[in-house]
Design a protein around this ligand. Structure first.
Ligand code: HEC
Length: 143
C-alpha cells in the first residue's frame, strides 16, 4: 500500500469508529437525524437565492475553484466537495482557504492528489470565495 492509501484507510477507520461511538451515545430516536448531519453532501442551495453581496464570490469561485471543487462546491472527479462536514469553519478555518489558494494543498484527506497553488487569485478574492462557500455550507446545515 502507498503511504497515502494507508493514511486514507486509517482515516476511514477512525471515521467509522467515531460514528459508531457517536451513534452508541445518542438514543435510538435521534439516530436518523444524526446520520443525516454526518454526510450532508446534498444541498438545496437552489431553494434560497444567493444574496447579492455574495455574487462576486460565486463568480470568483467559478473562475478559479469550480473546475475541481465543482459548481456550488459539490466536488468533481478532480477535487473534493467543499460543502462537506470536514470543511466547516471549526475544521478548516478561513486561513486554510487562504493557504490552500496561495500555497496549494498536499493530498491528505482524499485520493484526488495534491491541489496546486492557484495563480492569479488574490487574498481579497479568496475572502470573497470564503463568504460564498460558507453560505453554501450554511444552506447545507454544516456551517
Ligand atoms: C486543480 C484542482 C483544484 C483547484 C483548481 C482548486 N482545488 Fe482546492 N483542493 C483540491 C484537492 C484535490 C484538494 C484535497 C487535498 C486533500 O486533502 O486530499 C483540495 C483541498 C482544498 C481545501 C482544503 C485544504 C486543507 O487544509 O485541507 C481548500 C480550503 C481548498 N481546496 C480551497 C480551494 C479554493 C478556494 C480554490 C480556488 C481558489 C481551489 N481550492 C481550487 C484541488 C483543487
Amino acid at each position: 500500500m502507498k503511504p497515502q492509501c494507508i493514511q486514507l484507510a486509517t482515516q476511514v477507520i477512525v471515521l467509522s469508529l467515531s460514528s459508531l461511538f457517536l451513534s452508541g451515545c445518542s438514543d435510538s430516536g435521534s439516530n436518523a437525524q444524526h446520520t443525516a448531519s454526518v454526510s450532508p453532501t446534498v444541498i438545496a442551495a437552489q431553494d434560497n437565492p444567493l444574496p447579492e453581496e455574495l455574487k462576486e464570490g460565486e463568480t470568483t469561485f467559478n473562475n478559479f475553484c469550480s473546475r475541481c471543487h465543482g459548481p456550488q462546491g459539490q466536488g468533481t472527479e478532480n477535487g473534493p466537495p467543499l460543502v462537506h462536514k470536514i470543511y466547516e469553519p471549526n475544521h478548516h478555518g478561513d486561513m486554510a482557504f487562504q493557504r490552500a489558494a496561495s500555497l496549494g494543498v498536499r493530498a491528505h484527506h482524499w485520493k484526488f492528489g495534491n491541489m496546486p497553488k492557484i495563480e492569479g487569485v488574490t487574498p481579497e478574492d479568496v475572502t470573497k470565495i470564503i463568504g460564498y462557500v460558507r453560505w453554501l455550507q450554511r444552506q447545507a446545515g454544516i456551517s
